[in-house]
Design a protein around this ligand. Sequence first.
Ligand code: OAD
Length: 247
Amino acid sequence: MEIVAARRCYFVRVLIITGAGVSAESGIPTFRGKDGYWRNLDPIKLATPEAFASDPELVWEWYRERRHRIRDAQPNAAHEAIANLAQRSDEFLLVTQNVDDLHERAGLGRTEMVQIHGDIFKTRCSRCSFEQEHERDDGDCETLPRCPRCDALMRPGVVWFGEALPARETERVENYLQRDSCGIVIVVGTTATFGYIIHWALRASHLGGQLIEVNPEETPLSRFATQLVRERAAVALPRIVDQIARS
Ligand code: OAD
């Protein structure tokens, strides 16, 4: 399959959207995949304000284990290919639903990416606006963390089901999409269950840009894609980026 870059006047504007599938080959379980369950508990039910309100210890334990697993993981060839494409593009934005730091560790700058569902290494107050960057090599204390300002429970700095997206991050995506359309849009490793993911992908590509989906399985976005790549991300993305760079 040949991917032809939609260049206008030698200018390549790129939007990439990633989901849990891009980190699957780094050993991070996806949400809806068979390895996603933790102690027989459904992550879709654990990642909710209701679960935190009824059992904060359990939810924190799950997040601490996930933090450990992410710290021990390494970026894979898909993360690296995306960082490589960022360097070759005139304008680039990655919107990731992943709360891990693997895109960043593969070399992508913070200004080139938006973590639309938050950052697992941040901790914020469940009541006031206090937030802290989590020390990546801390001991992950066993007791429940409390806010130094108001003493309410601290929570992971991620977006849970039913919660609004962070306004500042949404604004960064909106600004990027408003400025111009994209010649290349690649959506990788997401079930695209949220309407805004499909909406952003379609909006970015609506003036004739390519919309490439990389996912071994069909998703609600598949029928809109101009290219369907039914392969694993770490296999497909290095080749796709190479083809874009050569075109
Ligand atoms: P999911 O777990 O829903 O979906 C993972 C997707 O990755 C599926 O479509 C798989 O087919 C695909 N996949 C699996 N392995 C892959 C591989 N090696 N290469 C490419 N694709 C692969 O994860 P997300 O779509 O990211 O939100 O989930 C979206 C959001 O729902 C998450 O950010 C989280 C979750 O609940 C919140 O917590 C708010």
